[in-house]
Design a protein around this ligand. Structure first.
Ligand code: ADP
Length: 223
């Protein structure tokens, strides 16, 4: 079963701009995928639809076999918190919470008992290479380390897919490369990853590359 399936998905905003046209996209378990396109091409629109943060004008979006159009907003947010781990350009950490508590915050909506939250957060930090930074506050971490905390927070629910929006956009090149290497490592361990970027050198780090231009998707490399 696919992790995410978009079938003939279009999005037209109030005012008449069609930002996505008839998009078909299937993400299978274990995929690593980049969606690359210039500013204004429809990337944020696609990200919001893939992440079930917005609903399409037409077409269907299935998450692990569930048609999202049949769900209420509350059902959709429950499904989203279980199935998708978001990573953003900025790590959006709470400055007063240490690394473990920032990651634990990612579990609040997933119904994990308190006793297990800390263990899971520590395990997620270990996976992103921050085993030695558990009790550091965000201001004691480098930009790359903060983004790793953000990635640990996305992983802590064991999502079916990590969906990342310009995850290296705020980092210098070397740090960005190390974050991409982390994504490859996580993918090799089985995590499904989709990254949205304007940067073709970021997209080059992924096995599947889908181009978006004027709201149209074309797959660049077929595996
Ligand atoms: P990107 O993320 O690649 O820059 P967007 O998805 O933000 O592209 O935008 C694609 C097109 O849709 C643009 O023409 C943009 O102006 C338009 N657009 C995006 N969001 C809205 C909105 N909420 N209302 C109206 N038009 C929008």
């Amino acid at each position: 079963m696919s992790v995410l399936e978009l079938s003939r998905v279009s999005k037209t905003y109030d005012g008449g701009i069609t930002a996505l046209r008839d998009a078909n996209l299937t993400i299978a378990p274990g995929d690593d995928l980049a969606i690359v396109g210039p500013s204004g091409s429809g990337k944020s629109t696609l990200l919001n639809l893939m992440g079930t943060l917005d609903r399409p004008t037409s077409g269907t979006i299935e998450i692990s076999g569930t048609d999202t159009s049949q769900l209420s907003d509350a059902e959709l947010s429950r499904l989203r918190s279980r199935w998708i781990g978001f990573v953003f350009q900025q790590s959006h950490l709470a400055e007063r919470l240490d690394a473990v508590d920032n990651v634990t915050a990612g579990l609040l909506y997933a119904g994990v008992p308190r006793s297990q939250r800390r263990d899971r957060a520590v395990a997620a930090l270990d996976r992103v290479g921050l085993g030695h930074r558990h009790d550091h506050l965000p201001h004691q971490l480098s930009g790359g380390e903060r983004q790793r905390v953000g990635i640990a927070r996305a992983l802590v629910n064991a999502p079916a897919m990590v969906l990342a929006d310009e995850p290296t956009g705020a980092l210098d090149q070397a740090t960005g490369r190390s974050v991409l290497a982390l994504f490859r490592e996580l993918n090799a361990q089985g995590t499904t990853i989709a990254v949205i970027t304007h940067d073709s050198s970021v997209a080059a780090a992924f096995s599947r590359r889908v181009k978006i231009r004027d709201g149209l998707l074309t797959e660049e490399v077929v595996r």
